[in-house]
Design a protein around this ligand. Structure first.
Ligand code: ADP
Ligand code: ZN
Length: 759
């Protein structure tokens, strides 16, 4: 059997995802690999498929007991013999498992790192034929990482003691350079194939909301998303308890998790969540490591986390099945203070010297600032995240709140000059709160104590509310016109760029979200303006949704019969595809993505029966649009296309002929530049904005451009048709100063695109 057959037969998938095939091929050729892929990218397939093609056993080292159990259950469901050996088993269970393993019963065995040095396990390992050793969550071996586990160092000795060195494959979602080097070096990987796949999670929608009443926002959100599973992260146990009570009071099936609960309580609430008994989880960041629940539809952060690393990891627990999911951060400026407080009161590592501690403190402060800017930026949130992790996005993703929101631009250069003058007069000795208070003309005791009320710039921006002065300062920080000291005081400092503003060379523009009626309500009661909630199940029509519900009920029934989490039986994605394809026979059922032969043997007939009952054996279409469309949509649900209009208020972007005639053609434009020019021509009251991403998508639909995944990043490519239409590749500079290639349009192409936009 080859790798494609394995993928289809056991996992029910047609194609490999980006990166999977390269790693699998390398492993099969006997090369060590290091796969760095974001959560949900499909790391498991990368070692599970070759494991089935290699002669001997694959050992998988994994730090988390719950994860092992989940993986083994899923493998067994798929008809693959697998087992796990860890401290949750009794001694006699372990002996029995090892005995079966020695007799060649299992292809894949999960073990906890502690187990490697036990005599019994070593005995087994030295006799068995071990083809591959896989290290999952490999960053745990690095002392640089946040999750260093000393037991991971035991892996190295273990390998040395084996008779024959197996192929070693290591996987992690942590991408920083020193962690990557540590893994390769400490594990002693030999000329490994290193593959870093893009960190972009296209199916996730990102938003930062500044709302007055976080509680009611959450309550409304959860109500609006009834029957969906979600996680709400809070900064403290107290917050968790309070929000939990509140949601209980509202009749939500919710559970909670934090370090203050007993082990039994935690286990219980975790299970309730995983088995969808209580699909909503309120938790501190103690919850989530090793939770592999694939149908989490939203992750809300009630407070701002301490770093973007933490945020992306926690938010990334949404949408692991590839379906659309939402990541929403509820920001309030107090969150910065809470975090600083938590940082200052963090237990110091006793192995660290004073200097180490100071360095750690500095690093934490820098991370907090990056996180804070994420919350205040008006640029594309996805771009912001990707840039921080060393990638560059397309500038505007069309799938985050900032890209979808409409802004009003105000020139705040004059205010910026006064801010700079104020900082200068105060000798660059204060942070944002003191400076903003001083300029607003506040008379607070603290300000008087510092003596800033006596300065000539006291009250020089009296006409603006203090909050707006802070917004402008944040804008200046984002543009590096100001900076802050990397210590606990975060003092505002001038930079090389400051002069450009005071000298009148540089303008400062503040973008403010337009307050629509809906938005107005949002800041009060928590209703919000989410215009693209495209989800795979959105392609189902009302009959299709009904069928989907029936199939979900069947899945729940089977799950409780077999005592398995529902998503291990079939993912939501598979159920949607089942509704689209509405199979009547075994052959047709096997075409559904996620239905492999073994799953079919187990459950296929019950699902076929449910479909037959619902349809009465009559063929019917359960989705909107054309089959090809439904298919394409299930492949890239997050693309801007097929977006729902928000409550029918504004139409999708179009231009009239008169408006189009005013387009300022020029030699070359990027798609985003064309979008900006087009937006300036449109009727802002009636039609929505378009975006560079949208234009790119149209070019893609016309077969002019493609995106290919190469050397670990997405690259745009122009087809012959695209070249004929007037597209060409050119270099551009990212904000960070690195050059990259992008698609440009000449005048001919611009005329063509404008004509496509005519109503
Ligand atoms: P990771 O370990 O990288 O977080 P997983 O291995 O848990 O991700 O995979 C995430 C989800 O993607 C799982 O539901 C898995 O079945 C699915 N998946 C993996 N590879 C493919 C593929 N080639 N086609 C479709 N779905 C896939
Ligand atoms: Zn965006």
């Amino acid at each position: 059997m080859d790798k494609y057959k394995i993928l289809k037969k056991y996992f029910g998938y047609e194609q490999f995802r980006e990166g999977q095939e390269v790693l699998i091929d390398s492993i099969l050729q006997g090369q060590d690999v290091l796969g760095i892929m974001p959560t949900g990218a499909g790391k498991s397939i990368c070692y599970q498929v070759p494991a089935l093609l290699m002669p001997g056993i694959t050992l998988v080292i994994s730090p988390l007991i719950s994860l092992m159990k989940d993986q083994v259950q899923a493998l067994n469901q798929a008809g693959i013999h697998a087992a796990y050996i860890n401290s949750s088993l009794s001694e006699s269970q372990i002996s029995k498992a090892l005995c079966l393993a020695g007799a060649g019963r299992y292809k894949i065995i999960y073990v906890a790192p502690e187990r490697l040095e036990t005599y019994e396990f070593m005995q087994f390992a030295q006799q068995a034929e071990i083809s591959m050793l896989t290290v999952d969550e490999a960053h745990c071996i690095s002392q640089w990482g946040q999750d260093f586990r000393p037991s991971y160092l035991k892996i190295v000795q273990f390998i040395q003691r084996l008779g024959k060195r197996p192929v070693i494959s290591a996987f992690t979602a942590t991408a920083t350079e020193n962690v990557k080097e540590d893994i390769a070096c400490v594990l002693g990987l030999q000329a490994p194939k290193v593959l870093v796949t893009g960190f972009d999670r296209r199916n996730l929608y990102f938003a930062v909301e500044t709302v007055r009443h976080k509680d009611s926002y959450v309550v409304d959100y959860v109500r609006e998303h009834e029957a969906e599973s979600g996680i709400i992260y809070c900064a403290t146990r107290k917050n968790v308890d309070a929000l939990y009570e509140k949601l209980c009071g509202e009749g939500v099936a919710v559970t909670k998790y934090h370090a203050g609960l007993s082990g039994v309580e935690r286990k219980c609430s975790q299970d309730d969540f995983i088995y969808d008994q209580r699909p909503v989880m309120v938790a501190t960041n103690a919850f989530g490591m090793g939770i592999d629940k694939s149908n989490v539809r939203y992750v809300i952060h009630y407070n701002m986390p301490q770093s973007l690393e933490n945020y992306y990891q926690e938010a990334g627990r949404a949408g692991r099945d590839g379906e659309r999911a939402e990541c929403i951060l509820l920001y309030s400026p107090q969150d910065v203070m809470i975090n600083r407080f938590l940082m200052e009161n963090k237990e110091q590592n006793s192995e660290y010297t004073q200097e180490d501690n100071a360095a750690v403190r500095e690093r934490d402060e820098a991370r907090l600032q990056v996180m804070t800017h994420y919350c205040t930026t008006t640029e594309c949130l996805r771009e912001y995240i990707l840039r921080y992790f060393g990638e560059s996005g397309g500038g505007c993703c069309g799938n985050c709140l900032n890209c979808l929101r409409e802004y009003e631009e105000t020139d705040v250069t004059e205010a910026a000059k006064k801010i700079i003058a104020g900082i200068r007069e105060a000798k660059q000795r204060y942070g944002i709160n003191v400076i903003a208070g001083m300029l607003a003309g506040e008379e607070r005791a603290k300000l008087r104590e510092y003596g800033v009320t006596a300065l000539s710039c006291h009250g020089s921006l009296r006409e603006l509310p203090e909050s707006e002065i802070k917004q402008i300062i944040n804008r200046l920080l984002e543009e590096n016109i100001l900076t802050v000291t990397q210590d606990r005081y975060a003092l505002l400092r001038l930079t090389d760029l400051t002069e450009a503003v005071t000298g009148g060379v540089r303008q400062v523009i503040l973008k403010k979200a337009k307050q629509t009626a809906e938005k107005e309500a949002a800041s009060g009661t928590g209703r919000r303006n989410a215009s693209t909630r495209l989800r795979r199940s959105d392609i189902l029509n009302s009959r299709g949704l009904e069928l989907f519900e029936r199939l979900r009920e069947l899945r729940t029934r089977i799950a409780s019969e077999e005592n398995l989490p529902p998503y291990i039986i079939f993912s939501d994605k598979t159920l949607v595809d089942m509704c689209v394809k509405a199979p009547f026979s075994r052959e047709e059922m096997l075409q559904v993505s996620g239905v492999g032969e073994n799953k079919y043997e187990r459950y296929g007939e019950r699902f076929l029966a449910a479909i037959a009952e619902y349809t009465g054996g009559i063929r019917e279409k359960f989705y909107f649009g054309e089959p090809a469309e439904a298919d394409a949509m299930s492949r890239s649900a997050s693309k801007a296309g097929g977006r729902r209009s928000s409550g029918g208020k504004k139409a999708e972007f179009t231009l009239t002929a008169e408006q189009a005639a005013q387009f300022p053609y020029t030699g070359q434009y990027l798609c985003t530049e064309i979008a900006e020019r087009l937006n300036a021509l449109r009727d802002t009251e009636l039609v929505k904005k378009t975006s560079g991403a949208e234009i790119f998508r149209r070019l893609q639909a016309e077969g002019c451009v493609t995106e290919v995944f190469r050397d670990g990043v997405w690259k745009k490519e122009i087809s012959g048709k695209g070249l004929d239409a007037g597209l060409f590749m050119g270099m551009r500079m990212s904000k960070k100063g690195t050059e990259y290639e992008d698609v440009y349009c000449n005048e001919k192409a611009q005329r063509w695109i404008v004509s496509m936009m005519l109503g």
